[in-house]
Write a protein that binds this ligand. Structure first.
Ligand code: NAI
Length: 343
């Protein structure tokens, strides 16, 4: 019998509870050994406890060091600071791993298989921002400070090289804007090149590309890339672009991995436009659950889950609306559970 594994579960906001329930159903069908501690965060945290990241949630993740998380709503402009960013900081989740793979063949792009490794704690994303008032305009000037450190860049780049080698990848591409942001993203490029010379030359190929050219190349010929490693904001944008190559946000999983914990989630947000309608695609979160199974060394269950997802989508042709199908979240999940039970 497999040992039980304590894990934190955050259903999240908007479509979160719906896709989390669907994911729990498939994990149950796989007989996954997680003992869930259900916690709140985001808008749900504000509503239930007046706090977007309650202490009980932090304590739970500190205990389990492992979490599956639905999307958390963050207000744009004003309001509270992103609970996602705070979780990443709290548990030093410095690596954001976002694989992009074609699951449904025959789309605009076929056979996509690339990985984006995004720095998760530094860069322009840290939210050190302020306004400078002039005359009667309190928002006359807006300023943001980006911070990248040698040490932060190095541990992320090391993670990317190690992950690439361990998973049989051939090439790592550093994505930067060192021609313009010479210090902020230059330090990342320089650290990556030095690290490669020191430890990885001869074990894996390295090249580099400027972010704007990378966006164009990903659209023209995504197959030229293997592992892309980049700073926080560029990784945020490129991973949504990459999700678009394989059917959209409903298909893109992510893992936040760090020194103190690992948190698995979908790349997409809480999708307020479709929340409560029962039509969300739960696949991205289910693929994140497969990454979580890999992480706890239950690769056989992860493989069964990925195969069952592919069979439900491609053989049974049960698909949600975002993929051009007519199934709702519950119908897709039911078909998937019966695939798993047959596997
Ligand atoms: P979003 O990713 O929630 O939605 C973008 C578009 O994709 C919408 O049209 C939505 O309906 C669609 N979509 C997303 N997931 C889908 C799914 N599973 N099935 C079918 N369609 C799906 O991005 P948006 O609207 O910019 O953000 C909404 C909220 O989510 C914001 O408060 C944002 O801060 C938060 N967010 C949270 C994230 C997280 O918790 N990791 C990540 C990204 C955004």
């Amino acid at each position: 019998m497999t040992a039980r594994i304590p894990a934190t579960l955050i259903p999240g906001d908007g479509i979160g509870p719906e896709i989390v329930d669907a994911t729990l159903a498939v994990l149950d069908a796989l007989d996954s050994p997680f003992d869930w501690e259900r916690q709140i965060a985001g808008l749900g945290g504000i509503q239930a406890a007046g706090d977007p990241l309650p202490q009980a949630t932090l304590d739970s993740i500190r205990r389990t060091r492992l979490a599956l998380k639905g999307p958390l709503e963050t207000p744009s402009g004003g309001g509270y600071r992103s609970s996602n960013v705070r979780l990443r900081e709290e548990f030093k989740l410095y690596a954001n791993l976002r694989p992009t793979r074609t699951v449904i063949p025959g789309g605009r792009y076929d056979n996509i298989d690339l990985v984006i490794v995004r720095e998760n704690l530094e860069g322009l994303y840290i939210g050190h921002e302020h306004y400078i008032p002039i005359d009667d305009d309190p928002h006359a000037v807006a300023m943001a400070t980006g911070v990248n450190t040698r040490q932060g860049s190095r541990r992320l780049l090391e993670f990317a090289f190690e992950h690439a080698i361990a998973t049989g990848r051939k090439k790592v591409t550093i994505v930067h804007k060192a021609n313009i942001m010479k210090a902020l993203t230059g330090i990342f490029l320089e650290t990556g090149q030095q690290l490669w010379e020191e430890k990885y030359k001869g074990r894996i190929a390295l090249d580099s590309v400027i972010i704007d050219a990378c966006a164009m190349k990903l659209v023209l010929n995504p197959w030229q890339f293997d592992v892309l490693v980049t700073t926080n904001l560029f990784g945020d944008i490129l991973s949504d672009l990459a999700a678009g190559l394989v059917g959209g946000l409903g298909m893109a999983p992510g893992a936040n991995i760090g020194a103190d914990a690992a948190i698995f989630e979908a790349v997409h947000g809480s999708a307020p436009d479709i929340a409560g309608k029962g039509i969300a695609n739960p696949t991205a979160l289910m693929l994140a659950a497969a990454m979580m199974l890999d992480h706890v060394k239950l690769q056989d269950k992860a493989t069964r889950l990925r195969q069952a997802i592919a069979d439900t989508l491609n053989v049974d042709k049960v698909r949600t609306g975002d993929l051009g199908g007519s199934a709702n979240c519950a119908q897709f999940t039911k078909a998937l559970v019966s695939r798993i039970s047959d596997s």
